[in-house]
Design a protein around this ligand. Sequence first.
Ligand SMILES: *Cc1c(COP(=O)(O)O)cnc(C)c1O
Length: 482
Amino acid sequence: MQPEPAAEAADTSMSPEEFRRLGHRVVDWIADYRARVAAMPVQTQTRPGDVLSALPAAAPEHPEGFDAVLRDLDTVLLPALSHWQHPRFFAYFPSNGDLASVLGDFLSTGLGALGLSWQTAPALTELEQRATEWLAQLCGLSPAWRGVLQDTASTCSFLAMVCARERASGHGAAHAGMQHGGAPLVVYTSCEAHSSIEKAALLAGFGREHVRKVAVDAARAMDAAALAAAMRADAAAGLRPCAVVATTGTTATTAMDPITACAEAADAHGAWLHVDAAMAGSAMLLPECRPLWHGVERADSIVVNPHKWLGAAFDCSVFWVRDDELLVRALSTNPSYLRTEADGRVRNYRDWSIALGRRFRALKLWSLLRTHGAERLRTRLRRDLANARWLAAQVEATPPWRLLAPTPLQTVVLRHEPPGLAGDELDRHTLAWLARVHATGAAWLTPTQLDGRWAVRASIGALATERADVAALWRLLQDAAH
Ligand SMILES: *Cc1c(COP(=O)(O)O)cnc(C)c1O
């Protein structure tokens, strides 16, 4: 018999020493990027396929070294990016990655620990528990809430829909699921709700026919009387009202649904109330903003995205539930190979999420909160609110500019309405001046349709955005529209 040849040492992974050398260069690269991003055009001019055609069709067979990666980062990738951390970024919503949080994210990746159960990385679970408690306190929430970090608000709202379904169906997933043939369950949200709500309801199996888009009032908040009426009508028709999703801070205009009234409507039918405060939740660090979600303690679940305005590096979304036992019952599978002796005494976050594997996501929230402290975060949020109020006041004082929605937070919704322009002509004018703004590369905003007509949103709150940037934006808008 031939003896087995000795295995050759085959760990060709990057050594810690090489990592140290290259890692410093990467940190320098990121620091330089943040320092010079203000001088770049906010939006890239790249065309579809430009990046693809610059990338080889197959992976290299032999080492190219990390230098090659950094070279392509500069020459191929960076020119094809729009800059979310730019001080003149006024599009969508602020997606702030504070560098303190970026460092926490590095540590998570560098540790490479996986939370499959408490046992596999105890600190990962307990820091997540503590960090979500901290954030609940900072938002003025009671100790009744139990938090877990997810990737995005879309995931959190999906989980809320699953919880609602399981509660209403007496944990039907453990039996016939959606195939039981009983009366259909119905979900209610406003016609201004985020698209992730409809997606969540569809993926949770409710069916588009059973998602009601309730009308909004003049402030674009859900009309609670219309909600109650829709729920009563469905119940009278033999359907089962199952969940209400109220939005604190809609995407188009940061409208605030009346949560107390939504809770009353939901309670009348035993329906789940989920509050989508993905964007506006950060504002709840400010006591003066908390009346905007008055009644939130009556909800069953809440989502807030620290990865938006607050400054946690994407992705970091908090899902709070009151009844964590229900969530765990809906999501747990508990196979034998994952059971541990500690199970009865700890949180196993795999039963609070879709994925089994869990990274040390809490590090980036924790490092953000510790590095800055709550007061400094509040000061920045207040800066942005003041900047938005300033821009809204300029718009109101300068006809034919018009403010199209209240500005409870940091998003200003506006339109330039020259006399005699209406309908499609006004739409063409709006989109044309916005295109001229974007052609300068000096700011990036997003249009939105309100009552079927185009308007423009200035979402203020990038970390680097100061009053001078907002004043420059206002001059730019006026130049582009005239
Ligand atoms: C941004 C946003 C979402 C979606 O957030 P993701 O984390 O990207 O899924 C949902 N709802 C509201 C109100 C939002 O502002």
